[in-house]
Write a protein that binds this ligand. Structure first.
Ligand code: ADP
Length: 395
């Protein structure tokens, strides 16, 4: 059978990120983004090999953008496209693995939309547009939550009255599952261990951040919860705060729910703490220049991350390794070093030369000799989505 090609689509409310993943190719033959959809400035940007290009697609919506993408995909895949893999943020309890999309699956994705009101409707837009533009291709939904459906009840239940779980689905779901799954498998491969019989702590640190405990190839705990706000300090999200914060702000400042949601999701995290930026690169630079807010933001980020990893270690029978991934995890020796320094009780220590070497796509082991394994593993969510899509095409 010739090597197959999958188009991976990650659809937001006004953008579509895409990557053509070739089964046998390490690099994506085509990748890019259609953004500002629905606006006069709508634009399609793409990269093919070393070439970058763009096309103005004024007022294009999701379907029109995909129609503009079609000839590019045809050319880059040599006319051989085998399926489309869609990233879907929330699969609720309904989806424990990727699914071939049919009317029933579409309905189920719609049904869990109240749990992810910003994301699932946007993901559905992308799916519907892709079905319109590529009616003959198999389409697969890959859920951010699915990998975490193996959490035991004691890890996923909130200490709230049962009726809220039973009738309203209020529980911890977890996100970034595609990434934790991918880097867990890669770490096992790099360490020469079977994924199904190895145990990992994983830290995905991008704009959103989460940790995960992986036991025998399955997620057993994770730091995000009902929504991607729970857990770690992130770019603009607060992560854990006292649950009474809402009522305190309402009482003392008169803030309504929309104002508080904006605070916690868009004005907090690294941005709120530093008063400067949500971007770790800028904060590291500012810290080097003596900026007090940036210095504090980095300290809080690393301490809270370490605390979360220590908490996740409760789920592990033993530790085969700690994995750093995501833009920050893959590129910041400083953050890795400061985080691991808080985890001496787990026996962790770094070889700082190896740590400095792991940036810009270079991964590998960075622990000091004789200490538990610490790995930098570049994530590849698009490839994982393509692999899960291919698996379903084989059935
Ligand atoms: P997303 O979650 O949007 O996919 P990424 O995984 O690309 O985001 O991560 C973005 C974060 O990675 C930003 O905070 C960015 O500053 C950080 N980052 C990227 N490169 C570096 C670097 N060299 N040093 C420190 N942080 C970096």
């Amino acid at each position: 059978m010739p090597a197959r090609n999958i188009l991976v689509i990650n659809c937001g409310s006004s953008s579509i990120k895409f990557a053509l993943v070739g089964e046998a190719q390490a690099q994506f033959p085509l990748s890019g983004i259609a953004e500002r959809l629905g606006q006069p400035e709508a634009v399609l940007r793409w990269r093919r090999g070393d070439e970058k290009d763009c096309l103005a697609i004024p007022h294009a919506g999701h379907s029109a953008a995909l129609a503009h993408l079609l000839p590019l995909v045809r050319e880059a895949s040599g006319g051989l496209l085998h399926g489309i893999g869609h990233r879907v943020v929330h699969g609720g309890e309904h989806f424990t693995a990727a699914q071939r999309i049919d009317a029933e699956v579409l309905e189920a994705i719609r049904a869990v939309a109240p749990l992810a009101p910003l994301h699932n409707p946007a993901n559905l837009l992308g799916i519907e547009a892709a079905i319109e533009v590529y009616p003959d291709l198999p389409q697969v939904a890959v859920f951010d939550t699915a990998f975490h459906q193996t959490l035991p009840e004691h890890a996923y239940r909130y200490a709230l009255p049962e009726v809220l779980y039973r009738d309203h689905g209020l529980r911890r779901y977890g996100f970034h599952g595609t990434s934790h799954h991918y880097v867990g498998q890669r770490a096992a491969e790099l360490a020469g261990l079977p994924f199904e019989a190895s145990n990992w702590l994983s830290a995905h640190l991008g704009n959103g951040c989460s940790t995960c405990a992986i036991v025998d190839g399955r997620s057993r705990d994770t730091s995000m919860g009902l929504t991607p706000l729970e857990g770690l300090v992130m770019g603009t999200r607060s992560g854990d705060v006292d649950p009474n914060l809402h009522s305190h702000l309402a009482r003392t400042l008169g803030w309504d729910l929309a104002r508080i949601e904006r605070l916690l999701n868009h004005e907090s995290g690294l941005l709120g703490l530093s008063g400067l930026s949500n971007d770790m690169r800028s904060l590291e630079q500012a810290r080097a220049d003596g900026h007090a807010g940036a210095t504090l933001a980095i300290e809080v980020f690393c301490y809270r991350l370490a605390k979360s990893l220590a908490a996740m270690s409760c789920a592990l029978p033993h530790l085969d390794g700690l994995i750093f991934t995501g833009g920050i995890g893959e590129n910041s020796p400083l953050i890795r070093s400061k985080t691991v320094a808080h985890l001496r009780l787990l026996g962790l220590a770094l070889d700082e030369t190896a740590n400095e070497r792991c940036v810009r796509g270079t991964g590998g082991e960075i622990q000091a000799t004789g200490h538990p394994r610490v790995l930098v593993v570049p994530t590849d969510e698009e490839r994982q989505i393509a692999l899960e899509t291919l698996d379903l095409l084989d059935d």
